[in-house]
Design a protein around this ligand. Structure first.
Ligand code: FES
Length: 83
């Protein structure tokens, strides 16, 4: 999330600043890279469950550390919309 904000990708709102309370940093991960992602916490799971656009590749970008495991990662910013 911080990397996308730093690059001025304005479609990533990240309104809570990474406090895992807004869900506006929702992304879809490249399926080939899902195995490199850290486990999802129950809080992240609950927040994503509110989204109309959740799929098996959904994650909150603020919960993904920027390290060598995400080298080359492609993501799609999820559409907005909650249940
Ligand atoms: S920035 Fe709010 S949940 Fe990720």
């Amino acid at each position: 999330m911080e990397v996308m904000r730093h690059e001025n990708i304005d479609k990533i709102l990240a309104l809570c600043g990474g406090c895992r309370s807004c869900g506006t940093c929702h992304i879809h991960i490249d399926p080939a890279m899902m195995g490199n992602m850290p486990p999802m916490s129950s809080d992240e799971d609950e927040l994503l469950e509110r989204s109309l656009h959740r799929n098996p590749y959904s994650r909150l970008s603020c919960q993904i550390p920027f390290d060598e495991k995400v080298n080359g990662l492609r993501v799609t910013i999820a559409q907005e919309g909650s249940k």
